[in-house]
Write a protein that binds this ligand. Structure first.
Ligand code: UD1
Length: 429
């Protein structure tokens, strides 16, 4: 199993290219199930999760072609994926595949909408809390699907098609919004989704669905209105930049007191996180190509933050902010309101010398003068990258084990950081 070795202490300077967003790429690929024509996705990130979803969709009959290299291409340029679900040959998503990536559960809505039936394994437990799927199922039931569970599988059936309905989510959920939205575009009549997630990735999916012939309004708000259509057609869509990757590198730069341009980043996708970095004493300025992040000599000021659905501070940046606050001058607090048990990084950060205490959903981080390198373990995607951030400023050597978590969501992280001066390498084995 690969690990990442970092020798801390170097400032990051230069340019880091931001890739297409993983959390948009996954539902966009899934949307290919809704049409027999080709969906072309540009700016696709090269990530393990994207590859795995390609395999899962292939099992349903989706042909996937990845555009080849062109001479003079920037190595960090996103890929072009063409997905064609002319014939859906299998409406079952088996446990072996779904258990490896939770987002593959989102095939349920499109499959039942197009094929009138689907059998999808429940995703099972997850390292960041119980993460139930009840709201996905309630939403699809409201559209007229008959839902039952058997042997760890969800069976959804709507042989006569789905019918539009008014659905109010009791709490904000990105995944159920994606799933029910993809089903509703092919339902008869109007669907209204109240208290829908308005994360930029939901907007990206809805924009792509409209390019495929769907009729969705209210994009970017908490209420989505969908006028069902008989069928969708092919389209071409470019994936939006990854706001979590952007925020992660911004925190890494801030940690090292560096000065880096994040090329391709869009500030409007993560304004709340950039505002918090501003409060922490980090300079954020727009550039022609993206955002410049700098902390030249100023100390890191402590902050008090709560995670929240968009446009609030994203839970997917909570671990990274915590790593940064380990070196703040003073005491910070971070409350995690989205996922229970999303503090696995705390014990690993403590191994590097951090002073963090936990009380339920609240972490109190007392800044320390030095972190010290140590072997640590990556436990999930965002937790692992928080260890990279800490390692960049820890004295001596930090070795992060189980980095397959990182490869799920961060494209060529060691290259991107290495080009900006970090001493970081991948140890294969
Ligand atoms: C997505 C993102 C993940 C991010 C999360 C919150 C992807 C691939 N993953 O995950 O990176 O951290 O949004 O922004 O895009 N819930 C229920 N019942 C349900 C569904 C969810 O109770 O049926 C709860 C969850 O347990 C959680 C909260 O709702 O506490 C939010 O979960 P949700 O927004 O659905 O997260 P995901 O879509 O799984």
């Amino acid at each position: 199993m690969d690990s990442i070795r970092i020798v801390g202490g170097n400032r990051l300077t230069g340019t880091i290219p931001v890739s297409g967003a993983k959390n948009a790429a996954l539902p966009l690929m899934t949307a290919s199930l809704l049409t027999g024509e080709t969906l072309t996705l540009e700016n696709m990130p090269a990530l393990a999760d994207v590859k795995l979803l390609g395999d899962i969709l292939g099992n349903h009959g989706v042909d996937l072609t990845v555009g080849g290299k062109r001479s003079g291409d920037d190595p960090y340029r996103g890929k072009r994926f063409s997905l064609c679900a002319r014939d859906i040959v299998d409406t079952t998503a088996p446990y072996e595949l779904v258990s490896r990536m939770r987002a593959s559960f989102w095939v349920l809505g499109p499959l039942v909408a197009r094929m009138g039936e689907a059998k999808v394994s429940m995703p099972g437990g997850c390292a960041i809390g119980t993460r139930p799927v009840d709201l996905h199922l309630k939403g699809l039931e409201a559209l007229g699907a008959e839902i039952s569970t058997d042997g760890g599988y969800v069976l959804a059936s709507a042989p006569k098609g789905l019918t539009g309905a008014r659905i109010s989510f009791p709490s904000v959920t990105v995944g159920a919004t994606h799933n029910v939205l993809m089903a509703a575009v092919l339902a008869r009549g109007e669907t209204i989704l109240d208290n829908a997630a308005c994360e930029p990735e939901v907007g990206d999916l809805a924009t792509c669905l409209n390019a495929m012939g769907a009729q969705i309004s209210g994009i970017g708000t908490r209420t989505l209105r969908i006028e069902g259509v008989k069928e969708l057609h092919g389209a071409t869509h470019a994936v939006l930049p990854d706001r979590i990757e952007t925020g992660t590198y911004a925190m890494a730069v801030a940690m090292t007191g560096g000065d880096v341009e994040l090329a391709g980043a869009r500030a409007d996708l993560l304004q709340s996180a950039l505002d918090i970095l501003g409060d922490a004493g980090v300079e954020i300025t727009p550039t022609n190509k993206g955002i410049r992040v700098a902390r030249n000599g100023a100390s890191i000021r402590p902050v008090n933050v709560e995670t929240a659905p968009f446009p609030g501070f994203p839970t997917d940046l909570q671990a990274q902010l915590m790593a940064l606050m380990c070196r703040a001058e003073g005491t910070s607090t971070i409350r995690e309101t989205i996922f229970e048990n999303r503090f696995m990084h705390v014990q690993e950060l403590v191994r590097l010398g951090a002073d963090i205490s936990l009380d339920g959903d609240k972490a109190t981080i007392r800044g320390v003068d030095t972190l010290k390198g140590a072997p640590v373990m990556a436990t999930d995607l965002r937790a692992s990258v928080s260890l990279v951030i800490a390692g960049l400023m820890a004295e001596g050597e930090t070795v992060i084990n189980r980095v397959y978590h990182l490869d799920r969501g961060f494209e060529r992280i060691e290259e991107k950081l290495g080009r900006c001066g970090a001493k970081i390498e991948r140890l294969t084995g």
